[in-house]
Design a protein around this ligand. Structure first.
Ligand SMILES: *Cc1c(COP(=O)(O)O)cnc(C)c1O
Length: 386
């Protein structure tokens, strides 16, 4: 921890000031551990991992932790984050993040192609026009840009239909400033379609077909995201799939299909800390004529007598309150734009007064909103110095 390493009071004050609330506390050692466990398990099955940083705004420190854990590349969905990753963090050695292979994992906007080819080594693509534009931008920049061609296999988000993949591949192979970085697919994000023998088998067959038609070897076949973990770790035969792009499982230790914790991973690498601004004993039930609230119909408050109610300076502007996970003895009663209302057990009431901090676990949705809210700070623990 930062403060224990310092006996200098000025330094301590600086550390305390940095601990604003609300804040995300991010344990880089736990992220490194989670990465390493998954990289080892998947590696045993011939699958390499790209670490995805998009839920933390392309944090270079988080990317560095993932790299220490053994990922082969870093990926993010936004060019702004890719640029942040490219610059890296001051003080990192030349072998650090700035030199990593960085992929843009959303199809580039036509209006950003020049930025994409300068900052990203490769991008995920499904539109011939974008690919042609990337080729032209790469030529202007004197660069070579990698294209991973994305196939639609049923989740109905990004990807060209299987029948159109051959034509797209031809466009990539014919351009001197483009290289075919691989073929990939993405499931479980839009429609919740799970990876299985059927769709993953189709991906492998498609890869073999392209290889035969063009006389090439496709070295990277990217089966998907964290939702592919279960399949990749249990299927009898992975076919040609040898790569996954993983964010959530590394950061939260959960798999997205059923939100189960993954054995051996930390589920508390990232927590959200908020500050109590009111602490009172209040009647358990509201009184007066009850209509709708700012955010729709409130969950009815039951119970008898009174409750120990805390008000926290945390709301919809900071986090998705429905994805917060409270610690034992704390029950979340509701949230509005700027307030979170919780009830606490009598046993905790004495310890937690105004000015105290409460800690919550986060799901993916809560993490994403907290990481992108200007009101939420960040405190990194562990990492290089630990
Ligand atoms: C977000 C994203 C990922 C990573 O998803 P996780 O569920 O966080 O592992 C992988 N691929 C694409 C295309 C994505 O958009």
């Amino acid at each position: 921890m930062t403060s224990s390493s310092s006996s200098n009071s000025d330094c301590r004050a600086a550390v305390d000031v940095a601990l604003r609330a609300p804040r995300l506390e991010i344990d880089l050692n736990k992220i490194e551990h989670n990465t390493q466990v998954l990289v080892t398990q998947l590696g045993a099955r011939g699958v390499t991992v790209t670490g995805v940083t998009k839920s933390l705004l392309g944090s270079p420190e988080v990317a560095a932790a993932m790299r220490r854990g053994g990922v082969v590349a870093i990926a993010d969905s936004r060019v702004e984050n890719v640029e942040r990753l490219r610059v890296g963090t001051e003080g990192q050695s030349s072998a650090d993040v700035g030199r990593d292979t960085i992929a843009l994992i959303r199809s580039p906007m036509m209006s950003q192609l020049d930025r994409v080819v300068v900052s990203a080594d490769m991008s995920l693509n499904s539109e011939p026009r974008v690919i042609a534009g990337l080729g032209a931008a790469a030529r202007r920049a004197g660069a070579v840009h990698g294209i991973m061609v994305m196939v639609e296999l049923g989740d109905l988000r990004e990807g060209a239909l299987p029948a159109d993949i051959g034509g797209i591949v031809r466009g990539v192979l014919n351009h001197p400033n483009l290289v075919l970085a691989g073929v990939g697919t993405n499931l479980a994000c839009q429609s919740g379609v799970a990876p299985d023998e059927q769709n993953m088998g189709e991906l492998s067959r498609l890869v073999q077909e392209i290889e035969a038609n063009f006389g090439i070897k496709i070295s990277s076949v990217s089966g998907g995201n964290s939702a592919n973990l279960h399949w990749a770790l249990t299927a009898d035969d992975l076919g040609r799939v040898n790569h996954l792009r993983i964010g959530e499982a590394i950061l939260l230790g959960t798999e997205p299909l059923y939100r189960h914790p993954i054995v051996g991973l930390h589920t508390d690498a990232i927590t959200l800390v908020a500050e109590v601004i009111e602490a009172k004993c209040k009647p358990a039930r509201p009184w007066g004529n009850v209509a709708t609230t700012t955010f729709g119909v409130a969950a009815p408050r039951g119970g008898q007598g009174s409750v120990r109610q805390l008000l926290l300076a945390l709301g919809q502007q900071d986090v998705d309150p429905s994805g917060l996970i409270a610690t034992p003895g704390v029950v979340i009663l509701g949230a509005s734009s700027d307030h979170l209302v919780v009830a606490v057990d009598d046993t905790l009431a004495d310890e937690i007064g105004v000015g105290a901090e409460l800690r919550f676990g986060v799901n993916y949705s809560s993490l994403l909103r907290a990481a992108t809210s200007p009101f939420v700070g960040r405190h990194l623990l562990g990492g290089r110095s630990a």
